[in-house]
Design a protein around this ligand. Sequence first.
Ligand code: ADP
Length: 679
Amino acid sequence: MDADAGAMVTAPHGLTLVLDQVSKRYHRGQEAVPALEDVSLALLPGALTLILGPSGGGKSTLLQLLGGMDRPSSGRIWANGTEITALAPDQLSAWRRDTVGFVFQSFHLLPHHDAAENAALPLLLRGQRRALRRQRAVDLLDRVGLGDRARHRPSQLSGGQAQRVAISRALANDPPLILADEPTGNLDTDSGRAILDQLQRLAHEDGRTVVLVSHNPEFIALADRVIHLRDGRIQDDSRPAPVTVPAGAASPFLPRRRGPRPAALVREAAASVRRRAWRSALTALGVAIGVAAMVLLISIGQGLEHRVVNATLQQASLNSLIVSPSPSSGAFSLTHVGSTSTKIHPITEATLRRFLHLPGVVGAYGTAQFLGQLTRGGRSLSLLVQGLPPKALWHRAQMPKLAVGHLPTPGHAQAVLDRASVDALFGLKPGQERRALGKTFTVRLSSELGGAAGSSVTGIRAAAEKPVTLTLVGVSQSAFTSELQVTAGRITGWLRANRARNAPLTYGGAIVLAARVPLVKGLAAKIRHEGFGVTTTASIIQSIQSAFGVLETGLGVLGGIALVQSGLMIGVVMGMAVLERRREIGVWRAVGARRRDIFLLFLVEALAIGVIGGAAGDLVAVGFGNLGALLFHVAGLFYMPPILLLLGLAFGGTMAVLAGLIPASQGARLSPVEALRAE
Ligand code: ADP
């Protein structure tokens, strides 16, 4: 059992309040309005003190000061030796929570909480468990004859019943001090009488210090002591007690440190979100749109990156080095067209032999690329023409994946084409490529890329221009590149025909095959050192990834902007909520909520909206991703790993919390008195 519950049934120790020359001035613009002037007073336990006086005399002000709802402009107040006027704001709230029970003229119940929840509010603030809170609240309601009304909302109760709920709430933490401000002002005579009887018992039977503010002289007979206040001064006191200001240092106040349980905060936030369902939903929608935009934008960047990287991995083998005659050639050699300023190192048969002798090299062959004009019947096609590796290296090199057919046999006029080119050249529909196998077409070269002279595109000599008839024997699966692939021998033949008279045979580039992948890096460095350009699959993927990194960052920033916008929306909505709920904040503060409790209440609500919005945004993103994949027939167009969705959720929550910070702290900083007075 909670240690606290045991303490509650014992009679509270009496509380002696001492006011020493207390004044309170309110400020209306430049003008100072005195509400209390130089009040010195001692209030003793076990007595019901009635404070009487005309309206505007300072009665409510005095009560607020006694209960630590407000601070005097000057003077000091002690409660059993603790100087409450010296407490820090949250300490004062905790003192109020543990020591004071307020009863107000207009009840000040929370309209959306039932009677038991209202009565249990101070227990919630002390971090008591729900079951215990409920049990204690029902006990308290039972005592005032409302045991059967525990589940009723304040609007379903009569004034007298509502005030009895308020008294139950005032007694929840079993405080030694009860302060009632016109508690019968809104009640009929009988209900009012019942409330007064109750207050009297709290003083006489429990030994509490009870202070009642009223302007009703009928109560004089019931009170143990009557103090008349007029114009902020004590005009008359029926039983003045000696005012002894505690000597020496004030005894420290050590409140229960614990505030509301996290579960209670979450439940309050959830109830508040539900109560304002439409507004919460709209706010969450704002977050959802932001999160969905961010997740979708990042995922499409990632999806594209994965597709390109995978395609690259399929095209190139990890153990091959792509060597070019000039060191400036990077991963995308075509982007370097025209940059011929760096020194050229021609790749000849001798160069290839030297590469072959490097330790760890298991193969090296020259490559060249031509642009060719393919013709079949009336159709023609301009295409990149490449050579396959020499047959001896087929088992080591990356070979094209064939959809149908086989690779060209060395020494034969055979070729492999990609699907799209087969369809275009033979006039076939996708999937019919098999029909083209065994059929012939002619090729006429139009230029050589990165040719012998080292320039990027060179012409074709008459000797190489002669059209050649080739038989299609295989169709490659490649989805990204369109090219004609012929035997290594045919490429060498073309290069021979295209070179200048007596010039040595030079290749456009070379592929060097390492025995094992870990050797690639060292070999690349060695060959680069000789002045060649070297590209490896790893470096290609690296540059693809860094290019996509920039793209994804940009997309992420765009998504982030959408999210910030929705964050601003939360901020505005929460700001409105704080304004709207000032009265409610006042009630929480009166029963002892500390500033940080209010702050947390609002922040948890913002977090809840953010998380709901984030989850909805994730759902929308996943839905859109799947829809997109369906519509465009591409799987993996949006790449959404769980971590990205989690990130979306976290961003939604964080954004909401950030946006809620200012409104929450505004709510927390409201003065309890001002907040209670709000309409
Ligand atoms: P009572 O409860 O006896 O009617 P109050 O304590 O409410 O009197 O008010 C005492 C005086 O202080 C009145 O003149 C009132 O107008 C003024 N007063 C009370 N609260 C405020 C406030 N928040 N701002 C300015 N003046 C105030």
